[in-house]
Design a protein around this ligand. Structure first.
Ligand SMILES: *[C@@H]1O[C@H](CO)[C@@H](O)[C@H](O)[C@H]1NC(C)=O
Ligand SMILES: *[C@@H]1O[C@H](CO)[C@@H](O)[C@H](O)[C@H]1NC(C)=O
Ligand SMILES: *[C@@H]1O[C@H](CO)[C@@H](O)[C@H](O)[C@H]1NC(C)=O
Ligand SMILES: *[C@@H]1O[C@H](CO)[C@@H](O)[C@H](O)[C@H]1NC(C)=O
Length: 375
């Protein structure tokens, strides 16, 4: 009797105590704090570098979704590296930023590459959170249970139905907005462009949603199919955004050259310019569907030399391809500095023989090859 009474009393006391302490915290934190492993869960909020105040608050409210979002950011860096592997700027500076690519100085600029970086990371958050929702691991969202109309495909021999657990695109988009748009103050033209590019990334996910189906029935007869909507592979979105990167639109801001936020006169000027963009946008939108275009406002540097302030590594030491003629060629990558040929020895398996039964025996061969490295 006494043994079971004591823990109960303790629980009540700690409950009262935490109510008193938590009275001063914002509502979502208070709710979250009542979870037993709150401290462990929110470690991610305290250890991820470079979160803004708004992001931090969101993280304390939804540490589980934030974790998914951060995983999405990491995947987006991988995708960026894939899409740009033979460019002078190859996204490696984003990979270097432990768990928060947005701390790279590239995000403070307005290059074409910056536009891509905003879009791809925003897409990454959508994909990761939408998937996590449907896996049932997040508190604030679950499957998307909407029954979609199947377009194009008519159910012929087999009856199919929505199984009712689609990836939750809607929540993915919502969280991506809450988490990433919160980084922008939204009251100057640069920030507006960043928000626009975030949105382009999200829309690229939405535009490439897939329908996946699974067959059921006797001996694989597919008498019945269950279908759900799935977010696309990141590769599909990455490729789509890479195409947008090539056709990105430069926002003319020739009269925005001087922007010192401290003087009122310039602030007034800025406000005028902002209205200019707003007037300009709808017309342009009609003209060439600007809604889905990446926007940038600064000519890219050539990314040839190391520039610490820009978080640019330069191309010295990069592998290049002597037989290529485009991006990855030595001429393009090495910026005219030339390259060194280096003999590289690599061991690989060779002369493999199959012994009955069942082993494979191989030899180790050394292959020598010349590789070229930018000076
Ligand atoms: C990564 O960071 C380290 C130290 O911060 C730096 O020395 C290195 O050059 C960086 N590498 C890239 C590819 O940005
Ligand atoms: C990207 O570039 C950096 C330096 O410019 C280099 O260290 C790194 O190996 C490159 N990554 C890839 C995947 O080529
Ligand atoms: C160089 O480019 C050629 C032609 O595009 C390709 O076949 C070859 O595999 C490339 N070599 C390396 C080391 O990437
Ligand atoms: C080949 O190399 C691997 C390790 O690189 C080693 O474990 C293996 O024993 C080698 N095989 C032969 C046949 O030398």
């Amino acid at each position: 009797m006494a043994r079971s009474f004591l823990p109960a009393l303790l629980a009540v006391l700690t409950g009262l105590l935490s109510c008193a302490v938590l009275g001063r915290l914002p509502a979502h934190r208070r709710q979250a704090s009542l979870r037993p492993n709150f401290y462990a869960e929110t470690t991610i909020c305290r250890t991820t570098p470079g979160l803004t105040r708004a992001q931090m608050e969101l993280c304390f409210g939804q540490p589980d979704a934030t974790r998914a979002a951060l995983q999405g950011l990491a995947q987006s860096v991988k995708e960026c590296q894939h899409q740009f592997h033979n460019h002078r700027w190859n996204c490696s500076s984003l990979a270097n930023r432990t768990r928060n690519p947005h701390t790279s100085a590239i995000f403070q600029k307005g290059f074409r590459e910056t536009a891509f970086a905003y879009a791809v990371s925003s897409a990454g958050v959508v994909i990761s959170v939408a998937r996590a929702c449907s896996q049932g691991t997040l508190r604030n969202c679950g499957c998307d249970t909407h029954k979609y109309k199947m377009r194009g495909t008519r159910a012929q021999n087999s009856a199919w139905k929505w199984v009712g657990c689609s990836h939750n695109l809607r929540y993915g988009i919502k969280f991506s907005k809450m988490f990433l748009d919160a980084r922008e103050n939204g009251d100057d033209i640069h920030s507006e462009i960043n928000l626009h590019n975030n949105n382009v990334g999200r829309m690229a996910v939405a535009a490439n949603m897939q329908v996946k189906c699974k067959c059921h029935g006797l001996s694989g007869s597919c008498e019945m199919k269950t279908c759900w909507r799935a977010v696309p592979d990141f590769r599909v979105v990455g490729k789509s955004l890479k195409d947008k990167f090539r056709s990105a639109v430069l926002v003319d801001q020739s009269n925005l050259a001087n922007r010192n936020p401290k003087t009122r006169r310039l602030n007034q000027k800025k406000r005028k310019q902002r209205t200019k963009l707003k007037q300009w946008t709808p017309k342009q939108k009609q003209k060439r569907g600007l809604r889905n275009d990446l926007l940038y406002y600064e000519k890219s540097p050539n990314f040839c030399e190391k520039d610490q302030a820009l978080d640019v590594q330069g191309t010295s030491g990069r592998f290049c391809n002597r037989t290529h003629t485009d991006q990855g060629s030595c001429a393009a990558l090495c910026c005219g500095r030339g390259y060194d040929l280096i003999m590289q020895r690599r061991t690989q398996t060779c002369n493999c023989r199959f012994h009955w039964c069942c082993t494979v025996e191989c030899q180790n061969c050394t292959v020598e090859e010349w590789i070229s490295i930018c000076k």
